[in-house]
Design a protein around this ligand. Structure first.
Ligand code: FPP
Length: 239
C-alpha cells in the first residue's frame, strides 16, 4: 500500500491516458474489444476513487482523433462500450453528484452515441461534485487550430484586437475552457508519450508513468501515482 500524505495536496485535476487495453487482451488470447471492456471497469474504479479523494476534475482520453484509423470492428466496439457506459452509468453519475463534460469533435461520432453523450451532459449539468471530462475524437493539435481559427474570426470581425491576445484569452478558446489545467498526468502501460493529449494544458503538469496496463489499473495504482506527485516539488519554473 502506498500511503498518501495527509499534509500534502491531492491534485485538483488528474488527466489519464488509458493505455494497454490491446496488450492486456492479447496476453489472454482475447479480442481487443475485451481489453476495452475490462478497461471500462477500471474507469468506474478510478472514478469512485477520485470522488472519495476529493479530486475536482478527472479527464480521460477515451478516443483520439487518430483512433479513427483502427479497424471498423474495434471502433464499433469502443463506441458501443461508450454508449453502454453512459446509458448504464448516468444514474450513478447523478447519485454521486458527478458532472460530465466532453472535449473533442463529438460531431464525428455516430448519431446514436452523440445523442447519448448529449443526454448525459444535460442530465448531469447541475451536479457540482467531481467533473468527469471525457476526450472523444480528441486531438490536441486540432483543438489548438480550432482555437486559432475562432480567434482569427474574431479579429477579422473586429471584436478582438490581435495586440490584446494573451494566454488566458487563448485558453478560453480551447475545448477545455473553464477547466483548470491538469496538475497530474498519468499514462498507463509504461509508454512515455503524450500522444497529442492536452498539449497546451499540461505545460506544468507532473507526469507519472505507470507500468500497469489500463484494465488492471485500480485505486491503489491511482494512489501510488498521487503519492509520487506529492513527493515532487512543483516549482512552475521558479525556485
Ligand atoms: C488504449 O489501449 C485505450 C483506448 C484507445 C480506449 C480506452 C477506452 C476505454 C477504456 C473504454 C471505456 C471508456 C469510457 C470513458 C467508458 P490500446 O488499445 O491502445 O492498447 P495497446 O496499446 O495495448 O494496443
Amino acid at each position: 500500500m502506498t500511503a498518501l500524505d495527509p499534509d500534502k495536496e491531492i491534485p485538483r485535476h488528474i488527466a489519464i491516458i488509458m493505455d494497454g487495453n490491446g496488450r492486456w487482451a492479447a496476453a489472454r488470447d482475447l479480442p481487443r474489444r475485451e481489453g476495452h471492456r475490462a478497461g471500462a471497469e477500471s474507469v468506474e474504479d478510478v472514478l469512485r476513487a477520485c470522488g472519495d479523494l476529493g479530486v475536482d476534475y478527472l479527464t480521460l482520453y477515451a478516443f483520439s482523433s487518430e483512433n479513427w484509423k483502427r479497424p471498423e470492428s474495434e471502433i464499433d466496439a469502443l463506441m458501443g462500450l461508450l454508449a453502454h457506459f453512459l446509458q448504464e452509468k448516468t444514474p450513478t453519475l447523478m447519485k454521486n453528484n458527478i458532472r460530465l463534460r466532453v472535449i473533442g469533435h463529438l460531431e464525428r461520432l455516430p448519431e446514436r452515441n452523440r445523442r447519448q453523450v448529449r443526454e448525459s451532459i444535460e442530465r448531469t449539468a447541475a451536479n457540482d461534485g467531481l467533473t468527469l471530462v471525457v476526450a472523444l475524437s480528441y486531438g490536441s493539435r486540432e483543438e489548438i487550430v480550432d482555437a486559432a481559427r475562432a480567434l482569427m474570426r474574431k479579429a477579422k470581425a473586429g471584436v478582438l484586437d490581435p495586440e490584446d491576445l494573451d494566454g488566458a484569452t487563448f485558453a478560453e478558446h480551447l475545448h477545455t475552457a473553464g477547466i483548470p489545467d491538469p496538475d497530474l498526468l498519468v499514462r498507463t502501460s509504461g509508454e512515455c508519450r503524450v500522444s497529442n493529449f492536452l498539449l497546451w494544458q499540461i505545460s506544468y503538469a507532473e507526469i507519472v508513468i505507470s507500468e500497469v496496463l489500463w484494465p488492471d489499473f485500480r485505486r491503489e495504482h491511482l494512489e501510488a501515482a498521487i503519492a509520487e506527485y506529492q513527493r515532487r516539488h512543483r516549482r512552475f519554473g521558479g525556485l
